[in-house]
Design a protein around this ligand. Structure first.
Ligand code: ATP
Length: 235
């Protein structure tokens, strides 16, 4: 579905992505793990055309680098950025409506809202509550829910576990697993929390200083010595 081919990104003198290539097959959950500053967020920004980038990023054979970022959303490539960025002064329901503002299919929108409320019942309970008053975990649920309202075909999540208690992370990751299983939605998950990301994903790429250093089936990487020592904090 998505093919990233030989991309380079520079921030001034910093070479943040170096000839980076990887693929995401339709219907799979692919994770990109790596330590601080490895270039994970920059990769998502490159796919959304939010940073200047050389190379080619094919989404079903169309080069996303030639498409302005607002049009990329219309193609179904939806980016949930790090730090969630929900609208704090709008209610939960209004935030969800912002996700569907480009859509004309009212019935489909209403159905998708019900789907989001079923996936995250806490959002339904808090539909009239202001976004800014939600807990961190609920805000993450809302950010994902809002993305789902824009009919994603590829959902890109930047560190959804960041700053959240392990039990809330479990809840969110199990919702992502359900979503993938029941709808076949393709997911690109960027995570510093390698353990939980590898448990969820089908396939994983390990990024270091802007390049892929290992890749493989996610479950196999969970038991790979190099990955365990460097990314899972094991001896
Ligand atoms: P983290 O998990 O800490 O966000 P990351 O893997 O997502 O890390 P990036 O945010 O993609 O890493 O950053 C990759 C490199 O590019 C880092 O060295 C970072 O300092 C640098 N960088 C990122 N954004 C900018 C920017 N706007 N200007 C200059 N350098 C930047």
């Amino acid at each position: 579905m998505l093919k990233v081919q030989g991309i380079d990104v520079f921030y001034g003198g910093i070479h943040a992505l170096r000839d980076l290539s990887f693929e995401i097959p339709a219907g799979k959950i692919v994770t990109l793990i790596g330590s601080n500053g490895a270039g994970k967020s920059t990769t998502l920004k490159a796919i959304s055309n939010l940073v200047k980038c050389k190379g080619q990023i094919l989404f079903e054979d169309e080069n996303l680098l030639t498409i302005p970022s607002e049009k990329i959303v219309g193609k179904g490539v939806i980016h949930v950025p790090e730090g969630r960025r929900i609208f704090t002064a709008l209610t939960v329901e209004e935030n969800l409506d912002m996700g569907s503002y480009l859509r004309k299919d009212k019935d489909g929108v209403a159905k998708d809202k019900e789907f989001v409320f079923k996936l995250f019942p806490r959002l339904k309970e808090r539909a009239k509550q202001l976004g800014g008053t939600l807990s961190g975990g609920e805000q993450q649920m809302l950010a994902i829910g809002r993305a789902l309202m824009s009919k994603p075909r590829l959902l890109m999540l930047d560190e959804p576990s960041m700053g959240l208690a392990p039990i809330v992370v479990q809840e969110i990751f199990s919702a992502i697993a359900d979503l993938n299983k029941t709808t076949g939605l393709t997911v690109l998950l960027v995570e510093q929390n390698a353990n939980i990301a590898l448990q969820l994903a089908d396939y994983a790429y390990v990024l270091e200083t802007g390049s892929i250093i290992f890749e493989g089936e996610a479950k196999a990487l969970l038991t790979d010595d190099r990955v365990r020592k460097a990314y899972l904090g094991e001896e």
